[in-house]
Design a protein around this ligand. Structure first.
Ligand SMILES: [Zn+2]
Length: 293
């Protein structure tokens, strides 16, 4: 990778149909192509799930951004809208493993106030340098790592990729602050790719802190499987803060508090609205320092 230039970039929005920010940033660039800028690579604007967008839903049958495992792409017995769509997208942008797209930037939003969160799946020097480049040039940027064998994210179709997750905004809503931050992040990534192609990248930081995802906490439920409490007010909006054993995490409808038991960790996507379909409360990560270069 280190000597190969990035020629083909896909800027993807609407992988989740009710995250309007990426969808409308792409529409803006289609309408005013000059605002996209001139670059040393081709940029393809790709709206991933228009059917889900029309329905103002995250997805129709299943989460598109969990549908790109190679095993699932190869499985012809899988049916449903997103399974079909994933195969089509893999043909259009990929195919995974020998992709015609060098880099995918996948634009998402969160209902949690996490600022700018860059999600990586790899910690090679290219991806760490990209994350560092953005973090050094914008406020409130966190880096998350979600490693997986046979990754299920859409962006895993291309060998280089980053998921841009910005919040807080509600689902189905456009907010200027989130929109502007999404555009600023996108343009910084373009700038990084240009400087990378031209071998003009400045010296990166020595190291970078990354939140490595390792587990998810589920909401409390009763014997019928219905939610029996809420995220405790003391951790609401506390994304990327440390959670210690003994700290309250849920406030039950019966008046009790649920305390966290386990190893210290960092929380993100706290009370994310999109997580309620699976009754997830927040994501859990360990903070790790990676040397760059
Ligand atoms: Zn999303």
């Amino acid at each position: 990778m280190s000597n190969e230039s990035i020629k083909q970039v896909a800027l993807v929005g609407g992988t989740h149909g009710n995250e309007l920010t990426g969808i409308y940033l792409l529409n803006k660039y289609r309408q005013f192509p000059k605002l996209l800028g001139k670059h040393s690579f081709e940029v393809e604007l790709f709206t991933a799930n228009p059917e889900a967008q029309r329905a103002n839903r995250r997805y129709i049958d299943r989460d598109l951004n969990r549908s790109f495992k190679q095993a699932d792409l190869d499985d012809n017995s899988l049916f449903g809208h997103e399974n079909e769509l994933a195969k089509q997208i893999n043909q259009k942008l990929g195919p995974k493993g020998s992709s015609r797209t060098d880099m995918i930037i996948d634009l998402h939003t969160s209902t949690a106030p996490m600022g700018v969160n860059l999600v990586l799946t790899k910690t090679d020097s290219f991806h760490l340098m990209l994350a560092d480049y953005v973090q050094q040039r914008m406020d409130n940027v966190s880096i998350t790592l979600e490693k997986m064998l046979d990754h299920h994210f859409l962006m895993s179709v291309a060998p280089q990729h980053v998921l841009v997750e910005i919040g807080a905004t509600a689902q189905g809503q456009l907010r200027q602050d989130v929109f502007d931050k999404t555009e600023e992040t996108t343009q910084l990534i373009f700038k990084f790719l240009n400087e990378y192609n031209q071998h003009q990248l400045p010296q990166p930081s020595e190291s970078i802190d990354v939140y490595q995802y390792f587990d998810v906490m589920f909401l409390p439920t009763d014997i019928n499987g219905d939610i029996s409490g809420m995220i405790h007010h003391s951790i609401q909006d506390q994304d990327f803060t440390k959670l210690r054993s003994g700290q309250p995490i849920f406030s039950l409808f019966n008046g009790e508090e649920v305390l966290y038991e386990g190893e210290d960790c960092y929380m993100s996507f706290i009370n994310e609205a999109a997580y309620y379909d699976e009754k997830k409360a927040f994501a859990m990560s360990q903070k790790k320092t990676f040397h760059i270069g």
